[in-house]
Design a protein around this ligand. Structure first.
Ligand code: FES
Length: 570
């Protein structure tokens, strides 16, 4: 079996099952590997693992068999043996209570299986929202040579002459249906047209944002994030990814050499410039945290002031991911941001970021604006702090209504998701368009495990009266495909005893985006009284299993919602 230059066991000889007799372990492994029909020549090759998340419960990954074949082609042509293996898959809409609850579990699967099985490098094939963060977290912890490959975005379809793409248009049509503007027959038709190809959501949602972040960090080949799932280029990218992974065996560049404080700052810059998903702040914090790198929300605010939004994509703009690829893809965005980036960062393909950008030629300025004529002068996200969010909260200002940025309002509080569902559409609900809707107990330590419920629906009676946006506050997350004046990730969360849980209907709250502040206008002694009357729920709530592990180990949003025991010890 294979022995590379440094003399350490490689390929099938790597990481032997322990029977107390090394030679026997080699012999036994070769016996069982032979039963898969490999020739001796193949058994002696270095191995590139392909960790993939194909599943019948993941529509976004339904083309993975074809992509895996293309990766294998690249590995074989380069001289390696490709071996695919499944890991947990997280299909965004198929999991309860929410996919985020299982991201850390998937990251453990990726980390442990890449370490425990004999492979010299690994291709990580994911795409749907939480899969790429989980794979990068696992790869950072395992620190084996790794290359990310993503599903690529869905292509758009049409409805009555209008272009449709999941899932910003899902929300737009649902809002029309709630407001009574379209009937049940039309929403049925739209339901069949919104997601009509393989691939991830077609807009700048979480999946697209994380793919772009992975490319910016340097964990993927150039211009591989935005290519549509069904484009033939996607298969060529898969083939190239296989070759890149094989090349890492002889010339290793480890995740810890790629994901560094400087590349993480580049990723934050790009997140701000693409008007990316709020979820990406949590995921990037978790990925960086695996290598002992801290993402500071006050630093995010400083970067946001000097980073323009350059990409005109839904949910905040006009275009779709397939348009971004046609416009020049991620390299076009990076080239525009060049003066703000650390160009010496190493890419998994061996070159530096600066060298990678030298290859960019044509850019469609309709989709990727020049830095001198941006979509917005400042970045898409800001962090807010104050007595309601001592450790921070996030607002996607590029998706919000500036008319609501400096505002004081009366709180209309929902104590849980159940309470929200029961009362939001009641005609008896005491609410006006100037009120602030507040959702409690939807943060990481709640039973709900931080779902994408921060996009609270406009109460039906206000929606019917034409109200399109209101200030909404919660400790929950929001889909990257959603929009509105929505304050998310309030930290610490209500279930852990954070001040959000002390808000009562009728309290006054002041939001100031210019001051980056979020204040609950209730005297301290009254808050202390409320706190004493309402201690956080005692743990454990679950006696066994993953739910028990989750509630013991889960960290807050400002620490990436990772598990305490999985973070780097520094
Ligand atoms: Fe998979 Fe949106 S549902 S990316």
């Amino acid at each position: 079996m294979s022995e590379p230059h440094d003399g350490k066991p490689a390929g099938f000889a790597k990481g032997l099952t322990n029977y107390g007799d090394r030679e026997f372990s080699v012999y036994l492994r070769r016996t069982f590997a032979s039963s898969m029909g490999y020739s001796r020549e193949m058994l002696d090759r270095p191995i590139v693992g392909i960790a993939h998340s194909a599943s019948g419960f993941n529509n976004c990954h339904r083309h993975f068999p074809e992509m895996i074949e293309a990766v294998k082609r690249g590995v074989l042509a380069a001289g390696g043996l490709p071996i695919e293996f499944p890991t947990i898959s997280l299909g965004e809409t198929f999991l309860t209570p929410t996919s985020l609850k299982f991201r850390n579990l998937m990251s453990m699967d990726v980390e442990e299986m890449t370490r425990a099985q004999p492979m010299d490098a690994v291709v990580l094939l994911g795409g749907c929202d939480k899969t790429v963060p989980a794979q990068l977290m696992g790869a950072a912890s395992a620190n084996l040579p790794a290359v990310q490959l993503v599903a690529g975005p869905m292509s758009t379809s049409r409805h009555r002459g209008e272009r449709l793409g999941a899932c910003t248009d899902c929300r737009r049509f649902w809002a029309k249906f709630r407001a009574g503007d379209i009937d049940a027959d039309e929403i049925d038709t739209v339901e069949r047209r919104l997601a009509s190809t393989a691939g991830t959501c077609a807009v700048m949602g979480t999946a697209s944002t994380m793919a772009i972040i992975a490319e910016t960090l340097g964990m993927m080949p150039a211009n591989s994030a935005a290519c549509p799932a069904v484009d033939a280029d996607r298969l060529r990218i898969a083939e190239e990814t296989g070759r890149v992974a094989f090349n890492l065996i002889a010339n290793p560049i480890l995740p810890s050499e790629i994901i560094t404080p400087r590349s993480v700052e580049n990723a934050l810059r790009v997140l701000l410039a693409i008007g990316g998903s709020t979820n990406a702040v949590i995921h990037l914090t978790a990925i960086a945290g695996r290598l002992g790198i801290q993402v500071d929300l006050r630093h995010l605010n400083a970067l946001s002031e000097t980073t323009p939004v350059l990409v005109d994509l839904k949910p905040t703009g006009q275009h779709y991911m397939e348009d971004l690829y046609a416009a020049g893809g991620v390299p076009a965005i990076l080239r525009e941001l060049k003066p703000l980036l650390h160009l010496d960062c190493r890419m998994v393909t061996g070159e530096t970021l600066g060298e990678r950008l030298d290859a960019v030629s044509w850019v469609d300025r309709e989709v990727v604006r020049p830095a001198a004529q941006p979509v917005r002068e400042t970045g898409g996200l800001v962090a807010l702090f104050g007595n309601l969010a001592p450790r921070g909260a996030i607002l996607k200002r590029s998706a919000a209504d500036p008319a609501l940025f400096e505002k004081e309002g009366r709180a209309v509080v929902f104590s849980s998701l159940e309470d929200l569902a029961n009362r939001i559409d009641s005609d008896a609900l005491d609410v006006t368009p100037d009120d602030f809707l507040v959702l409690q107990n939807a943060g990481p330590t709640s039973e709900a495990a931080m779902p994408e419920a921060g996009y609270l629906p406009i109460p039906r009676k206000l929606a019917r009266a034409g109200v399109k946006d209101m200030v909404r506050l919660s400790d929950a997350r929001m889909s990257g495909t959603a929009y509105g004046t929505i304050v998310l990730h309030i930290t610490p969360d209500a279930a852990s005893g954070g001040p959000l849980g002390l808000v009562r209907s009728g309290d006054r709250i002041r939001l100031s985006v210019s001051k980056r502040s979020l204040e609950l206008l209730v005297p301290d002694d009254e808050l202390a009284r409320r706190r004493e009357a309402q201690p956080p729920r005692a743990l454990p709530r679950h006696a066994r299993g993953y739910a028990s592990l989750y509630e013991r180990e889960i960290l807050q949003a400002d620490e990436g919602c990772d598990f305490r025991f999985l973070k780097s010890s520094g």
